[in-house]
Design a protein around this ligand. Structure first.
Ligand SMILES: [Zn+2]
Ligand SMILES: [Zn+2]
Ligand SMILES: [Zn+2]
Ligand SMILES: [Zn+2]
Ligand SMILES: [Zn+2]
Ligand SMILES: [Zn+2]
Ligand SMILES: [Zn+2]
Ligand SMILES: [Zn+2]
Length: 356
């Protein structure tokens, strides 16, 4: 009997399709286009532009593929690549500068913890304004079920520091938007005489793609495997530092869970004398109670603490001053139905137009 079917024309059984491994990467050929050359098959991961073997793909379309990376998730034909991009088992190259460690996506957190610890828990950076030229930084931040990479580029041009940044969400990439909306992400930048607080719009958070979201790629000197060697930060906050010398710029990335923590204690942020939220300067009484700078300066008042009767001290409560710049509070008219919830500075603006 003569061989009537060349390989390209034969029909494929299910098990043949599921067992066909790519001649280049060795993974199951579950990503289109699956091409063939001299009897060897290649997957769409490795040869994305080849002409597909239609018989193979016809059979593959009817099948469910277990994840080739071994995570246990199954995908239908056509959705495999999309899954692999965010598969916890996918191998990536570390995004930190000059780190060529190959890790799985789910192992990134432990790796950063072990090798790049100083940026692990919280983004906080201090830098002398005078000597600042161009500086890149990468911070790793976790909250709830999320992990994010926070890329920063500080660039001084004459009297302006441009604060460029991007926020990339690593894991999990398939999440309910409502889950992310429970959090309030803010970037707080402090330079002398000025604190800039910027809400990170959830819509501007990128899905992490290791091939371009990398510090070496920012510098455009990246030779890590499959990296694009190009990454432009798309958000910018220009900061005017004219006349500021020998001081630091610092920044923090703050994440709040909305509705819980700060709703429970806004009253302790109010001045016991005038009952307004404390702002700017905050002072102590000699028993450690706090009150606001306006009350401190009111000479006509009986200058005694309303809580304990103690004397006002000319001592600033710096930690409260810092805290109050970062904490969200409800509107004072909340009981009347106002839904405002934001920073104290924003609240003062809101109160001028609050309709309740
Ligand atoms: Zn392949
Ligand atoms: Zn997987
Ligand atoms: Zn690394
Ligand atoms: Zn890179
Ligand atoms: Zn007061
Ligand atoms: Zn007191
Ligand atoms: Zn102090
Ligand atoms: Zn209001």
């Amino acid at each position: 009997m003569t061989e009537t079917q060349t390989p390209t024309e034969k029909n494929f059984t299910s098990s043949e399709v599921l067992q066909t491994k790519c001649g280049k990467c060795g993974l199951v050929c579950s990503v289109a286009p699956v091409s063939e050359e001299s009897g060897v098959f290649y997957c769409g991961r490795c040869r994305p532009k080849e002409t597909p073997n239609l018989r193979f793909e016809e059979a593959a379309k009817k099948l469910v593929f277990p994840c080739a990376l071994g995570c246990g998730i199954q995908t239908v034909w056509g959705e495999t690549l999309q899954h692999e991009v965010c598969c916890a088992y996918r191998k990536i190259v570390c995004p930190y500068i000059n780190c060529n460690n190959s890790i799985t996506l789910q192992g990134l957190r432990d790796h950063v913890n072990k090798c790049h610890y100083k940026f692990y828990l919280e983004a906080l950076m201090c830098q002398k304004i005078d000597t600042l030229g161009t500086m890149h930084r990468l911070h790793f931040i976790e909250f709830g079920i999320f992990s994010i990479l926070f890329f920063v580029k500080l660039e001084r041009k004459d009297d302006i520091i441009n604060f460029h940044y991007n926020v990339c969400l690593i894991w999990p990439q398939h999440y309910e938007q409502t889950e992310l909306d429970k959090f309030d992400l803010r970037l707080v930048i402090e330079i002398p005489y000025l604190t800039v607080t910027s809400l990170i719009d959830n819509n501007k958070i990128l899905d992490y793609d290791d091939r371009s979201h990398c510090v070496n790629c920012l510098y455009q000197n990246c030779d890590k495997y499959q990296h694009k060697n190009e990454f432009n930060l798309t958000n910018n906050i220009p900061l005017d530092v004219k006349g500021i010398f020998q001081k630091n710029i610092s920044y923090t990335f703050v994440v709040y869970k909305k509705d819980t923590f700060s709703r429970t204690f806004p009253n302790s942020l109010k001045c016991p004398s005038c009952h307004a939220y404390m702002m700017d300067e905050i002072y102590f009484c000699n028993n450690g109670h706090s009150f606001c700078g306006k009350c401190m300066r009111k000479q006509s008042l009986n200058r005694k603490c309303r809580i304990c009767g103690g004397d006002f001290l000319n001592v600033r409560n710096c930690s409260m001053e810092r805290l109050i710049k970062r904490i969200n509070v409800p509107c004072q008219k909340e009981l009347f139905g106002c839904r405002f919830f934001g920073l104290v500075a924003d609240l003062l603006v809101h109160e001028k137009s609050c309709k309740f």
